[in-house]
Design a protein around this ligand. Structure first.
Ligand code: NI
Length: 221
């Protein structure tokens, strides 16, 4: 008969999850797949048996306080193979990459919403407290539109100005709380003048939503 190892979650926020696993002799975690990169810090000396997909087995010798790291995607069942001693370790998972992935998805949805000229979808990407700093305007920041109503109106004005508009070649990068989208904008104004210009948006995030969209464009000269 097998016993389940006991997980105790010490930290669970948007950057880290730290779980202490306590194993009685013979206890096991059960099969699981690691969804994040992680570090194991043994809290005792001991031996783990690792069962892997396809029936492979391995043993790992744990040394108290000597950490090791593994990449996302590891799949196994972990058993305390020490016949008599209990065993425990800290598992430190880096979950920041999950938030970065959701932020990148928000940037992709935002560009899709611009191309679909869908104001509701566009505002669904924006945080409650949001601002849009347009590429051109009288201020050092361009023109600042603050608050959901103002941001929505500014985006509607872009669609007004450009009955034909496409944001293409989007590349989206997330670094900490900052996002960067580069793109090529191709549009035609109501007056019929054509615009084809590269630009970028620098984003500040609130959770996975956009708190500030700060736009820049090349100036043709
Ligand atoms: Ni594991």
């Amino acid at each position: 008969m097998t016993r389940a190892a006991e997980p105790i979650v010490h930290i669970d926020d948007d950057r880290f999850r730290v779980t202490e696993w306590r194993f009685a002799p013979g206890a096991e975690t059960g099969w699981h797949r690691h969804m994040h990169d992680y570090v194991i810090v043994p809290l005792a000396d001991g031996t783990l048996r690792l069962d892997m997909p396809g029936g492979q087995q391995a043993r790992a010798e744990l040394k108290h306080g000597v950490p090791y790291s593994r990449r996302v995607g590891v799949e196994h069942n972990v058993t305390n193979a020490s016949p008599e001693a209990p065993l425990s370790f800290l598992e430190v998972e880096v979950v920041d990459d999950a938030l970065a992935g959701r932020r990148r998805a928000t940037m992709e949805r935002l560009m899709a919403a611009f191309n679909a000229r869908d104001l509701d979808a566009l505002m669904a990407c924006m945080a409650n407290d949001c601002a849009f700093h347009a590429a051109a305007g009288p201020e050092a920041e361009g023109r600042v539109h603050r608050g959901r109503e103002a941001v929505r109106a500014a985006c509607a004005a872009i669609f007004e100005t450009y009955p034909v508009a496409a944001w293409t070649e989007g590349v989206h990068v997330v670094a900490g709380d900052t996002g960067l989208s580069t793109w090529r904008f191709i549009g035609t104004t109501r007056e019929g003048s054509e615009v084809d210009v590269r630009g970028c948006d620098v984003f500040a995030f609130d959770g996975e939503l956009i708190a500030r969209k700060d736009s820049y464009r090349k100036a043709r000269a």
